[in-house]
Structure formats: structure tokens, C-alpha cells
Design a protein around this ligand. Structure first.
Ligand SMILES: O=P(O)(O)OC[C@H]1O[C@H](OP(=O)(O)OP(=O)(O)O)[C@H](O)[C@@H]1O
Ligand SMILES: Nc1nc2[nH]cnc2c(=O)[nH]1
Ligand SMILES: [Mg+2]
Length: 175
């Protein structure tokens, strides 16, 4: 309707920005692996794409896991969450390795926010271990292991979504 304020995106609602560099992300993934090493061993890693692909590769490398599968889910269109869509489920081979319930499987994603994506995958594999690098309070109860909690009003910017760019100085005319 005319005059109505445009709907804010999840990113705009978040307000606070938490940019993560490649270095920081790699360090956080390694820290996650230290914790997961106490919980495993795992037969396979299941990455929730696309955000889970990079941490899954790092975690699998550190833990010596060579079987990696994906569950492909689309929810945020840029930064607005819509209906969750499972574009591709797990392979039969991975499901079999987890005995049908996910036992001994490690699900990896970059973050949990509302927890909707995590809930969907947990329901597919209730006995799997679910790990994320970052967690916001609403999604946190769904995660078994994570490294850093950020507030619900924070938007995390991942290194694959960002680039170095000029930033003007704080004080006008100081450039
Ligand atoms: O806890 P939730 O509120 O469900 O949000 C978390 C999910 O959102 C992001 O994925 P996104 O759907 O943006 O897709 P992408 O991984 O392909 O970027 C992120 O990678 C998580 O998978
Ligand atoms: N990049 C990014 N994607 C998200 N999807 C849900 N929450 C977030 C977030 O904080 N950052
Ligand atoms: Mg994702």
C-alpha cells in the first residue's frame, strides 16, 4: 500500500555488523575442530549448503574424514528468509552410514540464526551431531557444538560474501 514502510530485511533488522575475515574464519573452524575431536570419531561430514561447505572442508581436513555429503537448502533470498526448500537431500550412502538416524554423522553449517534450517536437518537425522561455527540465541539450543555466540541483532558477514573496499574516515574532511 502507498505510504507503508518497506519491509526490513533480516540484515537491516539485525543492526549490528560482525564481519569475519578468512583468517578469523579459519581460526574459528580449527577451534571448532578441537571440540569436535573430543566427540567423534565421525563416519562422514554432511555440509548444509552453501554456507556449510567451507567449514565442512576445514573440519573434515582436520578430523581426517574423507566422506563428505551435502544437503542443499535454500531459505534466505540474499537476506530475507522465505520458505525453506530442500533442493537436494542426503545421499543413500551417507544415510546408510548413519544407520538411518544419523548416528556417527557430523552435520556442519556456518551458523544458526532462527534455527529453522538446523531444525529441518536435525529432523532428517535426529542422532547426528550438529556443529556450527557461529550461533545466535534463538538457534543455539539446536546446536551440539559451536564456537562463538553473537547476539540475535547481529548480522554476520562471511569472507566469501565480502570484499575489501575504501572506507571514509570518521571525521568529515579528514581524507
Ligand atoms: O537458522 P536460520 O535462520 O535458518 O539461518 C541459518 C541459515 O541461513 C544461512 O543460509 P542461507 O539460507 O542464507 O543459504 P546459503 O547457505 O546458501 O547462503 C546460513 O548459512 C544457515 O544455513
Ligand atoms: N551471512 C549471513 N547469513 C545469515 N543467514 C541467517 N543469518 C545470517 C547472518 O547473520 N549472516
Ligand atoms: Mg546456509
Amino acid at each position: 500500500m502507498a505510504g507503508e514502510a518497506p519491509e526490513l530485511s533480516a540484515q537491516e533488522r539485525a543492526g549490528k555488523a560482525f564481519p569475519v575475515s578468512w583468517d578469523q574464519f579459519h581460526r574459528d573452524c580449527r577451534a571448532l575442530t578441537w571440540r569436535l575431536n573430543e566427540v567423534g570419531p565421525f563416519h562422514a561430514v554432511i555440509a548444509i549448503t552453501r554456507g556449510g561447505l567451507v567449514p565442512a572442508a576445514i573440519v573434515a581436513r582436520e578430523l581426517g574424514v574423507r566422506i563428505i555429503d551435502t544437503v542443499c537448502i535454500a531459505s534466505y533470498d540474499h537476506d530475507k528468509q522465505g520458505e525453506l526448500q530442500v533442493l537436494k537431500g542426503m545421499s543413500e550412502a551417507a544415510i546408510k552410514l548413519g544407520g538411518g538416524t544419523g548416528k556417527g554423522l557430523l552435520i556442519v553449517d556456518d551458523l544458526v540464526d532462527t534455527g529453522k534450517t538446523g531444525r529441518l536437518v536435525r529432523d532428517m537425522l535426529p542422532d547426528a551431531h550438529f556443529a556450527t561455527v557461529y550461533a545466535k540465541p534463538k538457534g543455539r539450543p539446536l546446536v551440539d557444538t559451536f564456537i562463538t555466540e553473537v547476539s540475535q541483532d547481529t548480522w554476520i558477514f562471511f569472507p566469501w560474501d565480502t570484499a575489501l573496499s575504501y572506507h571514509p574516515p570518521l571525521r568529515d574532511g579528514a581524507a
